[in-house]
Design a protein around this ligand. Structure first.
Ligand SMILES: [Zn+2]
Length: 114
């Protein structure tokens, strides 16, 4: 997912303009059946912004639930499953770190304008 973001990040899938023409330095995502479109936050409808916020929150909840599960019932299989799902330290530390607070603040800032 991080790799796909780099590849398709250059142009907005809605207006076709450069991603860098956005006021925000992070794209919003529109999930379709078999692909994710990266778009300007400005180009999203209120519904699309809300979907971005909701799916972000749901992913975070799942992530923290998985941490709690791992702590409550620790074994090597669970540790390996966790690393498969979220990446090992080496992978995570070399990935692109998205400032999630900035992402949420950007989406909410656009939502105010709808
Ligand atoms: Zn656009």
């Amino acid at each position: 997912m991080i790799v796909r973001m780099i590849q398709s990040i250059s142009v907005c899938d809605i207006c076709g303009n450069e991603m860098s023409s956005s006021h925000y330095h992070l794209p919003a995502e529109i999930k379709e059946a078999n692909k994710i479109k990266f778009v300007h936050m400005e180009c999203c409808s209120a519904d699309e912004i809300k979907k971005n916020l909701l799916s972000y929150a749901q992913n975070q909840i799942r992530f923290y639930h998985d941490i709690v599960d791992l702590v409550n019932d620790t074994n090597m299989k669970k540790i390996k499953d966790f690393e498969m799902k979220y990446g090992m330290y080496e992978e995570v530390s070399q990935g692109i770190l998205i400032d999630r607070d900035t992402y949420i603040a950007g989406l909410i800032s656009e939502l105010k304008k709808r």
